[in-house]
Write a protein that binds this ligand. Structure first.
Ligand SMILES: NC(=O)c1ccc[n+]([C@@H]2O[C@H](COP(=O)([O-])OP(=O)(O)OC[C@H]3O[C@@H](n4cnc5c(N)ncnc54)[C@H](O)[C@@H]3O)[C@@H](O)[C@H]2O)c1
Length: 314
C-alpha cells in the first residue's frame, strides 16, 4: 500500500538514500530539510521538498497537517565535537527539534516514527564487543546524550499516545553522497584525498577499529523498521536496533583496501592520536536480524568500490 512518508534530513547523506528506498518501494515521499549541511543535489527526483528548520512552526505544521503515515527523522546536528563546544545548540536541534516534530506527529495522527540514533555514542565505553542493545548507556558527548534522550522521549510518546516509534542505532555509515568536509566520514575523506593524490592522514597507530556499514543497507533497515509490527514497550531498548555489521575494520586496513580499490599507492602520514577517540567499536546486530529480518548485504569491498566510483564521477 502506498504510504505518505516524511523524511527529515533527506537532503543529507543518509536521509537521501532513505528517501530513495521509500520511493523505490512505491511510497509518496516528502523531504524536510533546512539545507544547513545537506544539498539540493542529493534530493531524489520524485520527492516533494520543503525547506524548513525542524525547530520551526512551519515544520511542526507540516507534520501535523500533511497526512503522513510515517515520519522518518534524520535531520540533526551531527558533529560530535561541536556538541562538546555548544551543548545547548546541539540539544536545541537534536532534542527540542525532535519534540517539535513529535508534537506535530501527535496532532497529525502520524502512526510510525523511525529515528536515526547512534550506536557509536549512546553506549558507555568498556562493554565487551560487539556491543548489544542492552549494554549500559553512558554517552561521553552531548551528541550521544541527545540521541539517548531522544530515544527516551520517543518511548514516552509511545506510552502516552500510542505512536509506534523505532530507533535505529547506526554504527559508522559510509557511501556515496557523504560529505568529505565532515569529521566522521573517514571513507569520504580518504576517497577525496586519493583522487587528489594527497597523502592519507592516520591518527595514532591506525589500529583503532570501526564498524563500517554501507548506506544502502542502512536505508533498507529504515524501510523494514517503518513496516514491521511494533514491539511492546518494556524498556527504551525494546524498540531499538543496532544497525552495523558486527565487524571491526582498522583504519590501517581501511586505508589499504580503499587504496587497492582505487588502484593508487598513497603516502600515509601519521598524526598524534585524537583526544577522546574510541579505540575499538563494533555493534552486535543479531537483534535486527532476528526481529526485523535485516542484515547487512553489501561487503566492505563492494561498498568501498561503489563509494569510490561515486566520488570519482562526482
Ligand atoms: N553518518 C553516520 O555515520 C551516522 C551515524 C549514526 C547516526 N547518524 C545520524 O543519521 C542522521 C543523518 O546523518 P548524515 O550523516 O546523513 O548527516 P548529514 O549532515 O548529511 O544529514 C543531516 C541533514 O539534516 C539537515 N539538517 C540539519 N539541521 C537541521 C535543522 N535544524 N532543520 C532541518 N534540517 C536540518 C541537514 O541540512 C542535512 O541535510 C543524523 O541524525 C545523524 O545523527 C549518522
Amino acid at each position: 500500500m502506498r504510504r505518505k512518508v516524511l523524511v527529515t534530513g533527506g537532503a543529507g547523506f543518509i536521509g537521501s538514500h532513505v528517501a530513495d528506498a521509500f520511493l523505490a518501494a512505491g511510497d509518496d515521499v516528502t523531504i524536510l530539510d533546512d539545507l544547513s549541511s545537506g544539498s539540493r543535489d542529493n534530493l531524489p527526483a520524485g520527492a516533494a521538498f520543503v525547506v524548513a528548520d525542524i525547530r520551526s512552526p512551519e515544520a511542526r505544521d507540516l507534520v501535523a497537517t500533511g497526512g503522513f503515515a510515517v515520519l522518518d527523522h534524520h535531520a540533526a546536528q551531527i558533529d560530535v565535537r561541536r556538541s562538546v563546544d555548544q551543548p545547548d545548540l546541539d540539544a536545541e536541534i537534536n532534542v527540542v527539534g525532535l519534540l517539535n516534530l513529535m508534537e506535530g506527529a501527535r496532532a497529525g495522527g502520524v502512526r510510525r516514527v523511525v529515528f536515526a540514533s547512534s550506536g557509536g555514542t549512546v553506549y558507555g565505553e568498556g562493554s565487551a564487543l560487539p556491543v548489544g542493545e542492552e549494554a549500559p548507556k553512558l554517552p561521553t558527548s552531548p551528541y550521544g546524550t541527545a540521541k539517548l534522550s531522544s530515544e527516551y522521549y520517543l518511548a514516552t510518546f509511545g506510552l502516552l499516545y500510542g505512536i509506534e516509534t523505532v530507533a535505529l542505532r547506526y554504527s559508522n555509515v559510509y557511501g556515496p553522497r557523504q560529505d568529505p568536509q565532515g569529521e566522521a566520514g573517514v571513507v569520504a575523506i580518504f576517497s577525496e584525498r586519493l583522487l587528489r593524490g594527497d597523502p592519507l592522514t592516520i591518527f595514532g597507530d591506525g589500529e583503532q577499529t570501526r564498524d563500517l556499514v554501507y548506506v544502502g543497507d542502512v536505508a533498507s533497515a529504515n524501510l523494514l523498521a517503518s513496516r514491521h509490527p511494533v514491539w511492546p514497550l518494556t524498556s527504551v531498548d525494546a524498540r531499538a536496533f543496532n544497525i552495523g555489521t558486527g565487524l571491526e575494520t582498522s583504519v590501517n586496513r581501511l586505508a589499504a583496501q580503499l587504496a587497492e580499490t582505487a588502484g593508487r599507492r598513497p603516502a600515509i602520514r601519521h598524526a598524534p592520536p585524537r583526544a577522546g577517540e574510541i579505540l575499538r567499536s563494533a555493534l552486535d546486530v543479531s537483534k535486527a536480524e532476528r526481529e526485523l529480518g535485516w542484515r547487512p548485504r553489501v561487503s566492505l569491498a563492494e561498498g568501498l568500490a561503489s563509494t569510490f566510483r561515486w566520488f570519482a564521477e562526482d
